[in-house]
Design a protein around this ligand. Structure first.
Ligand code: C5P
Length: 197
């Protein structure tokens, strides 16, 4: 069976948690596509060359989750040649046999417009900054500024800007706990599967 769940949305909206839970629930593979851009940013040097020689081991670096790595990722992600170098890998992952969940910014719009389920997971900037601050600690106002800067860059770039696909279902997790957000997403995927995708 080929079945793709595309989960897009801004930083710290809950995409990762929802994606992992959906993948586990349905036995699908999961790809956190933000890690690709984080790894390219962390590798240093020419970002296009880094994207072209990216290997799965590069995604296991332990320095990819920091605020600095997120900023570096969103800068390299605005370079069209970097994005182009990463398209094939993501498309193959999305359409391989067995079902896949991909989370990112452009999965439903560019990488896999034919995805059987498209979710756009969002939350208010304040809520997202608070969640990210719980993970990274430090100064909460600085974390909010970082989230807003990254949102602006990701939504404002010319190539594959962050925006909901026209046929996506929006889940606003601002007032929701993890369980509620996950059960909404699981119900949407289950309904699509029961209708044959
Ligand atoms: O999702 P995460 O916060 O790890 O993503 C890091 C950065 O990578 C984002 O801010 C965005 O600029 C970029 N990204 C992207 N397209 C994706 C996934 C991530 O441009 N599909």
């Amino acid at each position: 069976m080929i079945f793709t769940v595309a989960i897009d949305g801004p930083a710290a909206a809950g995409k990762g948690t929802i994606s992992r839970a959906v993948a586990a629930r349905f036995g699908f593979r999961h790809l956190d596509t933000g890690l690709l851009y984080r790894a390219v940013g962390a590798m240093g040097g020419d970002p296009v060359a880094a994207a072209l020689r990216l290997t799965p081991e590069d995604l296991t670096r332990d320095d990819l989750r920091s605020l600095a790595a997120g900023q570096a990722a969103s800068k390299v992600a605005a370079i069209p040649e970097v994005r182009a170098a990463l398209v094939d890998f993501q498309r193959r992952f999305a359409r391989a046999e067995g079902g896949a969940v991909l989370d990112g910014r452009d999965i439903g719009t560019v990488i896999c417009p034919e995805a059987e389920v498209k979710l756009y997971v969002t939350a208010s900037p304040k809520v997202r900054a608070h969640r990210r601050w719980l993970e990274v600690a430090g100064d909460e106002a600085r974390v909010l500024a970082e989230v807003l800067e990254r949102d602006a860059r990701d939504m404002g770039r010319a190539d594959a800007p962050l925006k909901p696909a026209t046929d996506s279902v929006v889940i606003d997790t601002s007032g929701m706990g993890i369980d509620e957000a996950v059960s909404q997403a699981v119900a949407i995927v289950a309904a699509s599967l029961s209708q044959g995708g």
